[in-house]
Design a protein around this ligand. Structure first.
Ligand code: MG
Length: 346
């Protein structure tokens, strides 16, 4: 029993690509811990993320369509699982460390607010120091989880979470924006492949997009169906990265251009479509009103005496509390706080 982890580390040493991250050579954790007897450090990190509360809340957070009633729409949880699946396929094909890839993928969006990007934009507009889900994901795993102790993850996992986001930035990042490990770089590409494809799929399901509106170079060059398109993009990433001997995870120039175009197409037709955007504005108002309310009543966030005395401290508390909410919890708190409650029969 005692030597299982050592044996797994040896297998990684023998079988993984020279550019892969090896759990035996991890830079370690901020606080030293006795290694697990059975699992490598990256397996352990993956398990810690999977078992944490913020992970379970992802199932009731918006991906694009707010609090969808249709059971087939993506939520932040299914998005996370799709990113993980795509990233693991690429990692295994390239003989990278699949456990590290999975840990980064499962943790990458833990800091997302309720109501998706509408929530993120709303908080960013209110909080003095600004708000980004990337920084919040790190805060969740470093500080907020486990009753304020954090999960004490390996530095490679933290680095991958920190560098996963693309926003409207470069699809294949360079310099400081690029994750230190190839596994972290793979997750960033897998995130883009996942969301471009599933947001198109959900928008078609919602009737916000029609099949005939899809750009011809997507359907003709990438694939007719959702599955074909993901397959084509995954193969491109594997071949392009292998072509560069895994120096870094990349896509071909052609695919980078297509992803850029598709991202622009999604912004125009889906994210800023008047129908979806109208709901975004309502969601922003809910979060702005809640934020103001909690700034005045920090006790309602469970803050103990002495906490939240300065404006900055109260902002931090309100920001953590609201960012952690699911769509339905935020709506419920808004109703409870601002709408008269119907009198119940005793
Ligand atoms: Mg994501």
């Amino acid at each position: 029993m005692d030597r299982i982890r050592e044996e797994l580390e040896k297998l990684e040493e023998e079988n993984l690509h020279p550019r892969a991250a090896r759990s035996g050579s991890s830079k370690g954790r901020k606080k030293d811990e006795t290694p697990c007897r059975v699992r490598t450090c990256y397996q352990r990190d993956r398990d810690r993320i999977l078992h944490c509360k913020a992970f379970r809340r992802l199932k009731h957070k918006t991906q694009v369509f707010l609090a969808p009633q249709g059971d087939h729409y993506r939520t932040r949880l299914t998005h996370t699982l799709e990113v993980s699946q795509i990233a693991r396929t690429i990692s295994r094909a390239l003989r990278l460390n699949e456990d590290l890839t999975e840990a980064i993928a499962l943790g990458h969006d833990l800091g997302h607010t309720p109501f998706g990007h509408a929530g993120e934009e709303a908080l960013d507009g209110i909080v003095e120091k600004g708000f980004s889900h990337v920084a919040q994901s790190l805060r969740v795993v470093e500080v907020l989880e486990k009753g304020g102790q954090g999960l004490n993850l390996s530095l490679e996992v933290l680095d991958g979470i920190r560098k996963h986001s693309k926003g409207l930035g470069e699809i294949v990042p360079t310099g400081e924006d690029r994750a230190l490990t190839v596994e972290g770089q793979v997750v960033r590409l897998a995130d883009i492949v996942a969301y471009i494809n599933h947001d198109i799929d959900d928008a078609l399901r919602a009737g916000v997009l029609l099949d005939e509106e899809l750009p011809a170079d997507l359907t003709e060059d990438v694939g007719e169906t959702h599955a074909e398109r993901i397959g084509c993009m995954v193969r491109d990433i594997i071949e392009s990265t292998r072509g560069g001997n895994l120096e870094r995870a990349v896509m071909s120039d052609g695919l980078v251009q297509k992803c850029r175009d598709l991202r622009g197409f999604l912004f125009e037709k889906v994210y800023y479509n008047p129908q979806t955007h109208r709901e975004f504005l309502k969601a922003s108002k809910i979060l702005r009103d809640l934020f103001e309310h909690y700034m005045e009543h920090p006790g309602e966030m469970g803050a103990t005496e002495g906490e939240g005395r300065t404006r900055e401290e109260r902002e931090r508390l309100a920001c953590d509390f609201i960012a952690g909410m699911t769509d339905r919890f935020a709506t419920m708190m808004f109703e409870k706080t601002f709408l008269p409650q119907p009198w119940k029969i005793l």
